[in-house]
Write a protein that binds this ligand. Structure first.
Ligand code: ADP
Ligand code: MG
Ligand code: MG
Ligand code: K
Length: 339
């Protein structure tokens, strides 16, 4: 009998459209002799579309309206053997959908509630990675009420890191709400923007120079493997939303242009982080590397990275000998694995 897969796509985050592109690639690459795949699209307002509406949304590339509440969604999900939630960002990659599926007793691809939630929250990620002894840039956490009550103290905290600082909402992705404040006068605007997206914000020291951005793919459950390391290059000041999603603004280099020893160090560090944060199935682990001094900092783990045929995660595995179809097959098998 074929394994029945529910492919969940879209969702409420700013990465709704990216998710639909990932879903289209997965749909056309899961081997038909083994799997029967049904796509269900979640609208930008969190409603689950019917099967015909989902097909329409996939063609259109987005879903704004229509759909059913979560309560009826549970009975839809229950008809499948496994769910592939190819959802990025809050309300999809952050443990919420994972909690719903766990309660419903349906196996799913990727990390569980804990790993998903911790990796979505930049403050919790940093705290857990610090406890595991993984190198990171210096940072401080802020709450919206602190910013309202005592802006002077917040400015002091930023100064203690040294300008420029990166200002980021704790829970977000795709560089949404992130800015680089070069001096204290730019802090107000950067914080207002970040606090627009979240109650909690993180300030991060910047590396002395523009870092090299290197990424590695992890695949597996309790005995995970690391892919070859890849690198992104771009002319913009940092890897912002526009650079991420405008064709031609960023270049992918696989393998990364780094010494073999550094590649090994990155793979080891990523595997350690994957285990420390209780991830499962897959993650793309992103680092900053400074070639002059050899400094290496873990930036973040993404538990449901971009999954189109040209996205970094599948490309890294292709370069490591695991093609796209084999990769999605493996992920479904890992979701069904006894642990
Ligand atoms: P997201 O989860 O939205 O991708 P990131 O934390 O990865 O957020 O930040 C997005 C980008 O901002 C990074 O890829 C990098 O280009 C830049 N950046 C973020 N933090 C720093 C930092 N501390 N030093 C230098 N560049 C940074
Ligand atoms: Mg991210
Ligand atoms: Mg990132
Ligand atoms: K993340």
């Amino acid at each position: 009998m074929k394994i029945r897969i529910l492919l969940l796509a879209g969702g409420q985050s700013g990465e709704h459209e990216v998710s639909l592109n990932s879903a289209k690639s997965i749909l056309s690459n899961l081997p038909e002799d083994r799997f029967e795949v049904t796509p269900v699209v979640i609208t930008k307002h969190g409603k689950w579309l019917s099967l015909p509406e989902s097909q329409q949304a996939l063609t259109a590339g987005q879903a704004e309206s229509g759909g059913e509440m979560l309560l009826s969604a549970a009975s839809v999900a229950g008809e499948y053997n496994v769910v592939f939630p190819v959802l990025h960002g809050p309300m999809g990659e952050d443990g919420t959908v994972q909690g719903f599926l766990t309660l419903a007793g349906i196996p799913y691809v990727g990390s569980g509630v804990l790993g998903s939630a911790v990796c979505m929250d930049k403050i919790m990620t940093k705290q857990a990675l610090a406890a595991a002894g993984i190198p990171q840039v210096p940072w401080v956490a802020l709450s919206r009420s602190e910013w309202k009550k005592d802006p002077e103290q917040v400015i002091q905290k930023a100064e203690s890191l040294g300008f420029p600082v990166f200002v980021k909402p704790a829970n977000m992705g795709s560089s949404v709400g992130i800015s680089k404040a070069k001096h204290a006068d730019e802090l107000q605007q950067a914080l207002d923007l970040a606090f627009h997206y979240d109650r909690r914000v993180i300030l991060e020291a910047m590396t002395r120079e523009k870092p090299r951005e290197v990424e590695v793919g992890i695949l597996g459950n309790d005995d995970p493997q690391a892919s070859v390391v890849g690198e992104l290059s771009f002319d913009s000041d940092f890897y912002d939303y526009q650079t991420k999603y405008t064709d031609g603004l960023a270049q992918m280099h696989i393998p990364a242009r780094i010494p073999e020893e550094v590649q090994r160090q990155i793979q080891e560090c990523a595997l350690k982080a994957f285990k420390a944060l209780d991830c499962a199935g897959l993650a793309r682990v992103d680092f900053f590397y400074l070639p002059e001094s050899g400094e290496l900092y873990l930036n973040e783990l993404n538990t449901m990275p971009g999954f189109t045929r040209t996205s970094m995660y599948p490309k890294l595995w292709e370069a490591s000998g695991v093609g796209y179809s084999e990769l999605v097959t493996r992920l479904v098998e890992l979701a069904l694995e006894e642990r």
